[in-house]
Design a protein around this ligand. Structure first.
Ligand code: NDP
Length: 272
């Protein structure tokens, strides 16, 4: 049996096993896919054991994406740019790392939700692993500007050298600024997971297309709910991105392209 797994902490909530099993069923591929609880500092040892026991590929989630990046023998260009890895596979016993988060987000925004990113003003909340992965692919679409706001300002500032289109703010400086409104607001903080809201002034939400990268089973995330109340034109969760990034990883591992719409629909209906 082809053996795959997702590593991270916490990991119990991960939908990756359900998604990859559903893709496998669609494509006639029999596979096993486990969740392996792995705290920071333990990934190298866990991956060694996994590989020794027949592991073929893996997904990496919070908080291990940068740790995984450092362990790879070879990296795909977009993972080098992100300095973070969410997809691993072995080739000739060399460990390869990729980052499919940004491409997954783009497919969801552009193909599933019919959004154009060109010339748009984008606000990203958060400067953690998810933001590292999505910045490069978003820049490829030629937005007008990307503003990153983060609780720890220096992490947002460190990302500004990726492009002259990027600028950084603290919540306080953004909320008191007279910057032009944003077309698109992406919540890439982990606040929703902790049932919290980032300290963004509500006035930014009015008229914006909002996406929270977090997702919750059978309900809108706190940020989505708040955005709807405060006048967002649309508010979406990260489930579409999750399914799309998984499909890119699945194609890397199995050389088959799954039908993401079928899996996304079933997940939303609670049929998986
Ligand atoms: P990280 O832990 O790397 O980063 C978390 C970010 O949230 C940091 O910028 C942190 O700020 C910020 N943050 C945490 N708490 C607060 C708070 N109370 N107020 C303001 N900011 C806060 O996580 P990731 O970047 O990996 O993930 C972020 C989110 O994206 C998670 O919800 C995750 O589930 C989701 N995600 C979804 C994916 C999908 O496919 N849908 C893929 C990847 C991630 P600071 O730097 O100051 O600590």
């Amino acid at each position: 049996m082809n053996r795959f797994a997702v590593f991270g902490s916490p990991i119990a909530h991960s939908l990756s096993p359900i998604i990859h099993q559903a893709f496998g069923k669609q494509c006639g591929i029999s596979l096993s896919y486990e969740k392996i609880l792995t705290p920071s500092g333990q990934l190298k040892a866990e991956l060694k054991q996994f590989r020794a026991n027949g592991g073929m590929g893996a997904n990496i989630t919070v908080p291990l994406k940068q740790e995984a990046y450092a362990l790879c023998d070879n990296l795909i260009a977009r993972a080098i740019e992100a300095k973070a890895v969410n997809t691993l596979y072995w080739q000739d016993d060399k460990l390869w790392g990729d980052n499919t988060d940004g491409e997954g987000l783009k497919r969801d925004l552009i193909q599933n939700l019919s959004l154009r990113l060109q010339d748009k003003r984008i606000l990203i909340l958060g400067a953690g692993g998810a933001t590292l992965g999505i910045l490069g692919p978003l820049l490829e679409e030629h937005p007008q500007a990307i503003v990153i706001v983060n609780r720890t300002l220096k992490k947002a500032k460190a990302l500004c050298d990726r492009s002259f289109l990027i600028s950084a703010h603290s919540y306080e400086s953004l909320n008191t600024s007279n910057l032009a409104p944003f077309d698109i607001i992406i919540n890439a903080t982990s606040c929703s997971v902790h049932n919290m809201l980032p300290p963004l002034a509500a006035r930014w939400i009015q008229g914006a297309f909002v996406m929270d990268l977090a997702y919750m089973k059978n309900q809108k995330t706190p940020f989505q709910q708040w955005a709807t109340v405060n006048g967002a034109t649309q508010s979406h969760d990260g489930l579409g991105m999750l399914v799309e990034q998984a499909a890119i990883g699945f194609a890397l591992w199995h050389h088959k392209t799954p039908d993401t719409q079928d899996v996304l629909r079933k997940l939303r209906q609670g049929a998986l």
